[in-house]
Design a protein around this ligand. Structure first.
Ligand code: ASP
Length: 568
């Protein structure tokens, strides 16, 4: 005899026999109520409806072979019910749990029902297994798991802070951490040598499809290390994740590519290496030539780059126009193309370059009949970024991505600073605690900030950034110089990070670390379509939680206690 407890997934009433599919976390089992066996039980069983909670005791028997159900893990057995307890009834659910066709809004409003679905349960089982694997590997590597505060003074990670008003210090606010960055560095100063945390981070950003304002990082920090030491912890960790999902782990060491090379060859600091379409530099072909748009771009220090797309010689005009529109959205001034055909090729550039010029272009680009060369000319960064977007779009349209391929790489030597044209100032590309590379230290004062490289690295997986980190500044004089380069006065730096600058002056060991996005890792390994499929209670794009209906108004008393007046 066995007793199963679970939810009625579905039922089929055949009059004298009732089949109930009972579902629990492990799966579904068929239970049979049979008139010949127990009429009273059958009658009671017939009262059960979808999602009722039952406890059924009965004999587990082999089914007749002809009734095997290959679609169910338990498809060769069934339970002949002997006893039944209805542990609870259930209102008619707003959507079917089995075979759910509900909109995402409805699923999120009734998230607790949505989470009953086997697909979701499998995502959260995987999430648990991956987090557990991370803890296991990091424990074996000598890391301590240490929690850092949620109510804090936040670290700048480039996003807006969530603020929490303080009742006891009216008019003052805590910030929710954008990451535990400063605290993990303080733990290194405190001598803990290896720290990790599966940490919740908060960033008040407009949500995009692949972002949540509240998310989880596998965050770690190590003392006395170089980037290689960090890679030597992270690579086995990632390989362990592959083992958890039963996929052959990638070869180690993972390849490395500088930021510059990644941009130059793929137009992205997170290049997807599952397909080619590598950029070819065609600047020399246009330099001083009759096609003045490109010639001018090269003269001004810019570049002309192209990609060769197999099969695209046959694309329609409309198709090329759509790609042009995309390139423009990324700032490209235009997009030129050559359709390479047997014999004569077609291009609007022919009148500028002549047949010989076009043939030379085809040869340099390495194109063959049937291909098209798509080209963008202009400033280096604009060309790289827009052609990078084109490369990705083409890979999708042409189905160039093998979903069963896994390509990891480290992108290294990031620029330390990036210039924002809108407010005309320099920002830290990672965060201001990242160490510049030693040779570039001199450029912090008076030099060209754009050319300062950082000891920063990102881990990239199939075109997704899985995480990033850096070796940190461990000297207060260097930290002060970086703050200055970022336009912070000494007073501002002291006001914001005085405690940290003080700490740096008390014997800080060289240290570095990284944070990996756990949500994204689970999403990729689960092959889920969005982060919302792997976060138990996520927010929607407008930033609200449809189930709890938050954010929500609070009472005037609550606000008065905080000495806060709202303007809306
Ligand atoms: N704190 C950084 C981030 O959240 C990661 C790191 O540098 O370790 O992106």
């Amino acid at each position: 005899m066995v007793t199963l407890m679970g939810w009625v997934n579905s039922f089929r009433d055949h009059g004298s026999v009732l089949f109930v599919h009972l579902r629990d976390r492990e799966g579904i089992t068929q239970v049979i109520f049979d008139e010949n066996h127990n009429l009273e039980l059958l009658t009671r069983g017939k009262q059960a409806r979808a999602e009722y909670v039952l406890a059924v005791t009965g004999k587990c028997v082999l089914r007749d072979e002809k009734n095997y159900n290959p679609n169910m893990a338990t498809g060769e057995v069934e339970i002949i019910a002997e006893e039944l307890k209805v542990l609870n009834d259930c209102q008619t659910p707003p959507f079917e749990i089995d075979n759910c066709k509900a909109s995402e809004e409805l699923r999120l409003k009734y998230r607790y029902l949505d989470l009953r679905r086997p697909e979701m349960q499998s995502n959260f089982r995987l999430r648990h297994q991956l987090a557990l694997a991370a803890r296991r590997v990091l424990d074996e590597e000598g890391f301590y798991e240490i929690e850092t505060p949620i109510l804090t003074k936040s670290t700048p990670e480039g996003a807006r802070d969530y603020l929490v008003p303080s009742r006891t210090s009216p008019g003052k606010f805590f910030a929710l951490p954008q990451s535990p960055q400063l605290f993990k560095q303080l733990l290194m100063i405190a001598g803990y040598e290896r720290y990790f945390q599966i940490a919740r981070c908060f960033r008040d950003e407009d949500l995009r499809a692949d972002r949540q304002m509240e998310f989880t990082q596998i965050d770690l920090e190590m003392s006395f290390v170089q980037p290689d030491d960090v890679f030597n912890v992270i690579e086995p960790l990632i390989c362990e994740f592959f083992k958890v999902v039963g996929i052959e782990p990638p070869a180690r060491p993972f390849p490395r590519m500088s930021y510059k090379e990644a941009m130059n060859r793929y137009g992205s600091d997170k290049p997807d290496l599952r397909f080619g379409l590598e950029f070819v530099d065609l600047s020399a072909q246009f330099e001083g030539g009759a096609f003045t748009v490109f010639a001018e771009a090269v003269k001004k220090g810019g570049v002309v780059k192209g990609i060769v797309v197999p099969g695209a010689a046959q694309w329609s005009r409309k198709h090329f126009d759509e790609i042009l529109e995309l390139a423009k959205r990324y700032g490209a001034p235009g997009l030129a193309y050559v359709q390479v055909l047997e014999g004569e090729s077609k291009s609007s550039l022919a009148k500028f370059l002549g047949t010989d010029g076009i043939n030379a272009l085809i040869k340099t680009a390495g194109a063959k009949a049937g291909d098209a060369i798509l080209m963008i000319g202009g400033k280096w960064d604009v060309v790289c970024t827009s052609l990078g977007a084109v490369r990705l779009e083409v890979s999708r349209r042409e189905n160039l991505i093998d979903e069963n391929e896994y390509r990891l790489l480290w992108v290294v030597d990031f620029p330390m600073f990036e210039y924002h044209d809108d407010d005309k100032r320099w920002y830290a590309m990672h965060h201001p605690f990242t160490s510049p590379i030693d040779e570039d230290l001199d450029k912090l004062e008076g030099g060209d900030l754009g050319s300062v490289r950082a000891k920063a690295y990102d881990l990239v997986f199939n075109g997704n950034e899985l995480g990033g980190g850096s070796i940190r500044i461990h000297r207060s004089d260097v930290q002060a110089k970086v703050f200055k380069a970022l336009g912070l006065t000494e007073e501002e730096a002291r006001e914001k990070f005085g405690f940290f600058l003080d700490a740096l002056s008390y014997g800080t060991p060289p240290h570095g670390g990284i944070a990996l996005g756990l949500d994204r890792i689970v999403m990729l390994f689960a092959k889920a379509k969005s982060l919302r499929e792997v976060i138990a209670f996520p927010k929607v794009a407008s930033g609200s939680d449809l189930m709890t209906d938050s954010p929500s108004a609070v009472t005037p008393e609550q606000l008065a206690e905080l000495k806060i007046k709202t303007l809306v």
